[in-house]
Design a protein around this ligand. Structure first.
Ligand code: 2BA
Length: 107
């Protein structure tokens, strides 16, 4: 058995965990914070059989893949005016650890 720890953006966490549940993976969601950006993200804990790890990673990669989105941004000028313009930001992506499970119990 393996333990998959997947750190995903909050935006993707629902779609990733819903897709995993649909494929009969059991998921625990933790609200976590990135140490560098100090922004919220979600860590998914998934315990699964060894032969299902690839399928689990495929779902995480599909539902949480890196993409570029255009979001509105504003710049202020000294004269007290603001201008709005679109900027491209990269969102999504997942950081995944797969570790061996020594024992698994439901007591
Ligand atoms: P990513 O590498 O995609 O990492 C996204 C989040 O995944 C991280 O959030 C952290 O919560 C987790 N993570 C990544 N690698 C990890 C590891 N080896 N062990 C434990 N957790 C890990 P943040 O720490 O807020 O980082 C957000 C993004 O900032 C990172 O995206 C990376 O592009 C950049 N970054 C992180 N640390 C950096 C550093 N020391 N210097 C420059 N850029 C950094």
């Amino acid at each position: 058995m393996k333990l998959v720890l997947a750190i995903v953006s909050n935006d993707d966490s629902s779609s990733v965990s819903t897709a995993l549940n649909k494929e009969n993976f059991q998921v625990t969601r933790l609200a976590t914070t990135g140490g560098f950006l100090r922004a919220g993200n979600t860590t998914l804990i998934i315990g699964c059989d060894d032969d299902r790890v690839d399928s689990c990673l495929e779902i995480i990669g599909r539902e949480g893949k890196k993409r570029t989105e255009v979001v509105p941004s504003t710049a202020s000028y000294d004269i007290g005016r603001y201008a709005s313009f679109p900027v491209e930001v990269q969102v999504g992506g997942a950081t995944v650890f797969v570790v061996d499970v020594e024992a698994f119990h439901k007591l």
